[in-house]
Design a protein around this ligand. Structure first.
Ligand SMILES: Nc1ncnc2c1ncn2[C@@H]1O[C@H](COP(=O)(O)OP(=O)(O)O)[C@@H](O)[C@H]1O
Ligand SMILES: CC(C)(COP(=O)(O)O)[C@@H](O)C(=O)NCCC(=O)O
Ligand SMILES: [K+]
Length: 244
């Protein structure tokens, strides 16, 4: 069994896999990470590998303290990946984006793929059908948009995200909801259109903490898979085991 952990900029998420089968998922408060891992290992005594991908703040020792019980792997730029990386700055490409690209390449062979991860940031990653990672885009995520309107103005309140069923916001709150939610939905629809002009066929994977919330707002019908990063982490690790 494999325990995968994704340290994002907002949350730490984990999942246990038996080969390719998703068994259970977890979320960790940073302070409770070690206790969380401890209880997972006590529940899944046959867990053999702990695979960590991080773009957030983390202390390697939180994981290394378990190295007498399970073998620990930190996904790095030096690992083998199933695509050719055409990014001009491959050493600064987020590990999460590499893992997403890896999962998309393995899961959807011989087709163009666009991965949209709506997390702290919204990342767009495009992998062509000949398995070349081209890059994409990074923009502020949903919560970050609400937070930055509040943080960098004097008058705007901090709101919890809410799905507007209107376009014209008729109050301060509704204007913010329209700007943030409709704005991000238009951004995603717009990016998809731009890619479609360049590549007539590609599949779209929508993931991240806001995937389900946003899927309802998009013009394109896209099935949200919130676990795609953790599933991809499992597949990236298996690919490494076969190719290292
Ligand atoms: N309990 C939660 N705490 C924080 N953000 C949440 C929560 N549930 C959903 N979200 C949404 O998830 C987004 C963060 O997604 P996530 O995939 O966890 O980010 P990251 O991988 O960057 O840590 C935020 O924009 C927020 O709107
Ligand atoms: C863009 C990101 C901050 C996204 O992080 P996330 O929203 O998943 O927490 C992360 O992928 C990152 O730090 N990237 C480095 C820059 C790059 O990918 O080019
Ligand atoms: K992201």
């Amino acid at each position: 069994m494999i325990l995968t952990i994704d340290v994002g900029n907002t949350r730490i998420k984990g999942a246990v896999f038996e080969n390719d089968t998703f068994v259970e998922q977890f979320q960790f408060e940073p302070k409770a990470l070690q206790n969380g891992i401890e209880s997972i290992l006590n529940k899944y005594l046959s867990a053999s590998d702990l695979v960590v991908a991080s773009v957030g703040n983390f202390d390697k020792n939180d994981f290394l303290s378990f190295s007498n019980r399970i073998s620990i792997h930190f996904v790095s730029h030096h690992d083998p990946f199933p695509f050719l990386n055409a990014y001009a700055t491959p050493n600064t490409l987020g590990i999460d984006r590499m893992v997403l690209a890896s999962g998309a390449t393995i899961r959807y062979p011989n087709q163009n793929r666009l991965v949209i991860d709506a997390g702290t940031c919204v990342t767009y990653d495009f992998i062509s059908q000949d398995d070349v990672y081209l890059g994409g885009a990074i923009s502020p995520g949903l919560r970050l948009r609400y937070q930055s309107l509040n943080r960098f103005t004097s008058a705007l309140p901090l709101l919890e995200s809410e799905c507007p069923d209107y376009f014209i916001g008729n109050s301060t709150a509704n204007s913010i909801h329209s700007g943030v939610v409709n704005g991000l939905a238009h951004e995603i629809d717009g990016f998809i259109e731009e890619y479609r002009m360049r590549y007539p066929n590609f599949i779209i994977i929508l993931t991240g903490g806001d995937a389900e919330f946003l899927a309802k707002r998009l013009k394109n019908t896209i099935f949200a898979n919130s676990n795609f990063l953790l599933e991809s982490l499992n597949q990236t690790f298996q690919y490494k085991m076969k190719n290292d």
